[in-house]
Design a protein around this ligand. Structure first.
Ligand code: ADP
Ligand code: UDP
Length: 238
């Protein structure tokens, strides 16, 4: 499998074309960013743990009925994926309040929500990824009504499947972000599910095991990602 051209270099990953027009290589780098790219650092080994963590989660989701873009793992930091036409939006589910919602609504960190809360954000770093709703998405043509329904349905399903998986390993899935795209008329879960894009707290000690360790300067970021992987029984090759 050869990487031909780097078509996007994002804040944490690069996408490369391959000799098959329908496939891309997704490379996880060690680059870590927060606050819409304002805080940046390379954390040694993060790319490898995230690639393999993501592959494990996507496989688990597939086995539980959520299809996704992963074709196969190529090596420690790279996976082969279907090339999707991505929606420019982020789908977030929160089981507890943390992060931006606490600032927005003055909520205490960790408040258990009455029911999982779904939110859409526009993917636009320059605008600080603003909160949007279904009406914005339809009015601006970012997705249609059926696509919105499908993204919500799949995101709720991801929450159900992964909340259980993590809780069985002593971790609370506080919130997470996923992205979707279209492949041959089908809406598929894409991008990544790693500790970079979710909040995971130890269910006994409430210790933060996710990217908040980087955001808040708590240290041991990659070490925590490895601990989460260990708890799930993922064997990470470095
Ligand atoms: P960001 O764009 O936030 O800096 P990344 O560094 O993670 O994010 O870059 C990965 C980019 O690749 C994102 O823009 C994401 O939407 C896109 N992407 C993820 N999966 C696919 C896919 N299967 N096909 C096409 N693009 C994808
Ligand atoms: N998230 C993400 N990418 C983003 C914004 C948020 O992966 O560009 C994840 C974040 O890690 C958390 C969830 O989505 O698990 C909710 O994030 P929030 O809105 O609280 O924003 P934050 O304050 O974390 O930037």
């Amino acid at each position: 499998m050869n990487k031909i051209n780097e078509i996007t270099k994002g804040k944490a990953k690069s996408m490369f074309t391959t000799d098959n027009d329908d496939h891309l290589i997704m490379h996880f780098s060690d680059d870590t960013s927060a606050f819409d790219g304002k805080k940046k650092e390379a954390l040694l080994g993060k790319g490898a743990v995230n690639n393999q963590f993501n592959a494990f989660i996507m496989e688990h989701l597939k086995n539980n009925g959520v299809e996704n873009h992963i074709i196969e793992v190529i090596d420690s930091t790279d996976s082969l994926v279907y090339k999707l036409n991505m929606f420019p939006i982020e789908c977030v589910i929160r089981n507890r309040a943390s992060g931006s919602i606490c600032k927005r609504l003055g909520t205490e960190d960790g408040l258990i929500l009455e029911s999982p809360l779904f939110e859409f954000f526009l993917k636009d770093d320059d605008l600080g990824d603003p909160l949007i709703n279904d009406e914005h998405i339809i009015s601006f043509g970012w997705a249609n009504n059926d696509q919105i329904k499908e993204m919500k349905k799949q995101t709720y399903k991801v929450n159900e499947i992964l909340s259980k998986l993590f809780l069985d390993s002593g971790l609370i899935l506080v919130d997470f972000k996923v992205e979707f795209g279209v492949y041959k008329d089908k809406i598929l879960l894409a991008d990544e599910f790693t500790p970079d894009g979710c909040r995971l707290w130890d269910s006994k000690t409430m210790k933060k095991m996710d990217k908040d360790r980087f955001r808040q300067g708590l240290g041991d970021v990659v070490e925590s990602y490895h601990q989460v992987a260990d708890r799930l029984g993922i064997n990470i090759e470095t």
